[in-house]
Design a protein around this ligand. Sequence first.
Ligand SMILES: C[S@@+](CC[C@H](N)C(=O)[O-])C[C@H]1O[C@@H](n2cnc3c(N)ncnc32)[C@H](O)[C@@H]1O
Length: 475
Amino acid sequence: MTLQKRGAKIMRHGLCCCRPAESMSGPFCRSLCLLKKSCKKRIKKLKPPGWDVLSWEDILAQSVTPLWRLSYDEQLQWKQEQQHRILLQMTNQLVQDSSFTSNKGELTFPLLPIVPSPVRDGYRNKSTFSVNIGVDGNPKTVGLYTGTGKGRNIVCVHGDHLLNIPSKHKLVGRCYEEFIRFSPLKPCILFHDGGHWREITVRTNSAGNTLAIVYFHPQNLTPEEVGVQKAALVDYFTNGPGTVCQLDSLYFQESTMTRCSHEDSPYQLLYGEPCIYEEILGMKFRISADSFFQVNRSAAEALYKTIADLNKTCEEGTLLDVCCGTGTIGISLSTRMKKVIGIELLQQAVEDAKYNAAFNGIQNCEFLSGKAEAVLPDLIPTLCANGGLTAIVNPSRAGLHYRVIRALRNNSVIRRLIYISCKPEGEAMRNFRELCRKPDWQRKLTGEAFMPTVAVPVDMFPHTPHCELVLVFER
Ligand SMILES: C[S@@+](CC[C@H](N)C(=O)[O-])C[C@H]1O[C@@H](n2cnc3c(N)ncnc32)[C@H](O)[C@@H]1O
């Protein structure tokens, strides 16, 4: 059977049914069966009230891709209205603490029509599958969660039916499940309960290359014992049933915390290429195992084109790319700017950004590693403002630290700031208020206030309620 055919068969029937864990012998399997029985009873009771007629797959789709039953045009309309609501909420808050006024129920600036994603299904280039107790009570189930730890109602469901995940990712998740089900080691479900096998992350590019990272809790194992597990993984994916995944790179991280960066605990390359590459707007980008990269490549192109259009009047000056990841925004705008300075927390992403600039023959970009709140306050006063200074900020959901806002706001040379947020209703809202409130000596916000002048939503995440918002502030 060809690899493609075997892959298709696995996706239709799953792997676990080839050799179910119950058919194995030994005390581990007997205790697994008992655990499965007791879990199955408990899991039956975990469906949210009123949802007991839905399958677990429906419940998962409802929580991960709740818009999936709508046509794409309806999804776009829903998101446009949602962004309008969020911006109205922002406007009302700004009216309270700044000097500008607005008619109730109206925005003071244009909200342009949402930019659609060129690809709607299977667009994700990165997926993480967790390990937890599945619908049938099996604690070695690889999939996505429904429920919450706090509600003690977590159930792990295979994500094979989810529209946003490509089939290659699902295949790698299923193979990893088969691998851990044959392993004598336990899954690590609750950190204090022991166990070893944790989630798997799969990254792919548009050329079809695949990189996987297996997360593993070493508990009390010796390095030699961990080495045996690493060798088994390599063997499974290079000589065993996992060859169907055609992995180009396999990484392993021994992590004792929920989330460890490469600096906390190195990503160990077990085999293959160290990185994968992606092309955006004609430029090539290297992506390391741990680096951030927009999850929807073609929508990222649409996002960066939108940013370039909004930045047109600031061309030829200096661009500050705050929270720059692998440098994609700054590098894609660099040919129109005199200079680009990127700031990024993760050292690995900064290495990628430097490499990416050189790889594309770009010489006017500089990338600095560190927390923006530590780097920016000292950096901004040293910048030569010839040709103007513009800031593009694209923080994670936690928003920007107050010190970053203060440094940007208190530098009078910055006349325009482009804020890109995937959760404008969250912590970013605090940043919008800090950028626009009246000068406040107590808060050390002494610079002239910014005002929002235009907003453009970009749909990076079809079928989900999420949307990227590009918001321009000027003064
Ligand atoms: C949403 S991503 C944006 C990346 C990039 N702009 C892009 O389009 O690919 C946010 C980035 O901010 C970085 N980050 C998070 N906190 C930071 C901080 N305090 N200072 C600097 N960078 C930070 C993350 O590592 C991540 O790469």
